[in-house]
Design a binder for this molecule. Structure first.
Ligand SMILES: [Zn+2]
Length: 390
C-alpha cells in the first residue's frame, strides 16, 4: 500500500477528544492526516507527521470526517413536486402522500430504481456524505419490499426494512392483516437483505402495539431496530425505541419530558431530520433540550421525494444551528459522529487511526463555515475508503 499525507489542514475535526484540544470535536490546528489504503493511520499536528509516499496540500482549509447520513429513503420512483407546491400554498402534510410514491415505485423497473439510488448517493457524495443508510418502504408488497432492499444493498451496507412505512393501500380495510404480512412472509423475504428494521410509529401509520409487533418480529429475525418516532405528534415511538434498545429514534419533534429523559439516559440516539420540518413548514425539534439532557443527537437528511427532498447534510447543519438550538460544533459532530452512533458504527464519523479514510476537505478555513455560509457548496474534496472521489 502507498501512504498519503494530507498536510496544511488549518482546522481538523477528529471527533476524538484524546487527539485534539480535548473538546468533543477533538480539534487540531495546523494538522495533517495520513491514510494507507482505505484506513486512516495517523492524525495530528503537521510538524509531527510521519513520512508518507505521497503528499496532498490542503492549502489551509478545514477537514472533517465524511458525513454519516443515517436516515434516507432513496429507493423510489416518481416525483411529488405538485404536492410540495400545494403544501407551500397552505395544505398540511399527512402521512398519506406516501401512497403516491408507492404507486410510482411499484411501476418502475429494477434498473430505474437502481439508477435513482445511484444518482442520489452520488449527489450526496459530492456534498461530503460518505456513509448513507437507506430504506425500503415504497413497495409494501412482499415482492416489492424485497426488491427495494436487494437494490439498496447493491449501493450501501446500511439497509433498512421499512415494510411498516404506512399500511399498504391493498390492506386499507385490514391494518391488522397488513401487520401480519409485514411480520410474517414479508419479513421472511426481506430479512436476508437488510441490517435494520424500522417502523413509522405515528397516528395515520402504526400505533404503539403494532410498532412493537413489527420491531420484535424483526429482532427475532436478527435485524436491529430503529424507529420513525414522534414526528407529527406525541406518541409511544420514542419510549418504545428506548425500551427495545433501538439504535435510533428518528424525528423526535414532539417530545414529553419523559421522552427526553429516556433518550438522555438510554443508548438510543435521537436523530433529528430538519429537512422534514423545513419542507413541511412544521415546528422544529428542540435539539438543545435533548443535548442538555445528555442525549446523543444525530442529524440526517431523511432524503425522500415527499417530505424532505434534500441530500444535503450541510443544509441540515445550517438549519440545526439557526433554528434548533445547536452550536456549530454540536451540529457538525451530530452530522458525523452522531450519524455513526445512530448506525452503531465506530469505523466512520471520526478521523483517528484505524477509522475508515472517509474525509471531507472544506473550501473554508473552519468547520463553522458549514453553518456560517448556508447554501454554499463547500465540499472541496472528498475521500471515501481512501479513494479521492469528488
Ligand atoms: Zn424517514
Amino acid at each position: 500500500m502507498t501512504t498519503t499525507a494530507i498536510t496544511d489542514i488549518a482546522c481538523l475535526v477528529t471527533n476524538d477528544p484524546s487527539l485534539g484540544d480535548g473538546s468533543p470535536l477533538g480539534l487540531i490546528r495546523d494538522a495533517a492526516v495520513v491514510i494507507d489504503g482505505d484506513r486512516i493511520v495517523w492524525a495530528g499536528e503537521s510538524n509531527r507527521a510521519p513520512a508518507a509516499d505521497k503528499a496532498v496540500d490542503a492549502g489551509g482549509r478545514a477537514m472533517i470526517p465524511g458525513f454519516v447520513d443515517s436516515h434516507s429513503h432513496l429507493v423510489f420512483a416518481g416525483d411529488r413536486t405538485q404536492e410540495f407546491n400545494a403544501r407551500m400554498s397552505g395544505r398540511p402534510y399527512s402521512a398519506g402522500g406516501i401512497r403516491t410514491t408507492v404507486a410510482a415505485t411499484r411501476a418502475a423497473s429494477d434498473d430505474e430504481l437502481s439508477a435513482n439510488v445511484a444518482r442520489y448517493l452520488a449527489e450526496a457524495l459530492r456534498q461530503g456524505t460518505t456513509t448513507c443508510e437507506t430504506k425500503s418502504g415504497y413497495g409494501l408488497t412482499v415482492e416489492d419490499e424485497a426488491r427495494a432492499l436487494r437494490i439498496a444493498a447493491r449501493h450501501t451496507d446500511e439497509v433498512t426494512f421499512l415494510g411498516a412505512h404506512i399500511v399498504s393501500p391493498d390492506y386499507a380495510d385490514d391494518p391488522a392483516g397488513y401487520v401480519d404480512l409485514v411480520t410474517g412472509p414479508m419479513l421472511d423475504a426481506c430479512a436476508p437483505h437488510a441490517r435494520w428494521i424500522d417502523v413509522f410509529c405515528e397516528q395515520g401509520a402504526f400505533d404503539g402495539d403494532q410498532a412493537r409487533a413489527v420491531l420484535t418480529a424483526g429482532i427475532a429475525k436478527g435485524l436491529h431496530p430503529r424507529v420513525h418516532a414522534n414526528q407529527l405528534g406525541h406518541g409511544p415511538g420514542v419510549q418504545l425505541a428506548v425500551e427495545l434498545d433501538a439504535a435510533s429514534a428518528d424525528h423526535c419533534t414532539h417530545l414529553t419530558d419523559a421522552d427526553i429523559d429516556a433518550l438522555g439516559q438510554g443508548d438510543t440516539v435521537a436523530t433529528l431530520l430538519p429537512g422534514a420540518e423545513f419542507s413541511t413548514r412544521a415546528v422544529w425539534p428542540d435539539a438543545r433540550r435533548l443535548l442538555d439532557a445528555g442525549a446523543t443527537v444525530a442529524l440526517s437528511t431523511d432524503c425522500n421525494p415527499g417530505s424532505s427532498f434534500t441530500s444535503s447534510m450541510p443544509f441540515c447543519i445550517a438549519l440545526a444551528v439557526r433554528d434548533m438550538g445547536m452550536t456549530p460544533d454540536e451540529a457538525v459532530r451530530a452530522a458525523t459522529a452522531g450519524g455513526a452512533a445512530a448506525l452503531r458504527r465506530t469505523d466512520v464519523g471520526r478521523i483517528a487511526p484505524g477509522a475508515r479514510a472517509d474525509l471531507l476537505l472544506l473550501d473554508a478555513p473552519s468547520h463553522v463555515h458549514l453553518a456560517y455560509r448556508p447554501g454554499v457548496p463547500l465540499a472541496d474534496a472528498v475521500w471515501q475508503r481512501g479513494a479521492r472521489v469528488a
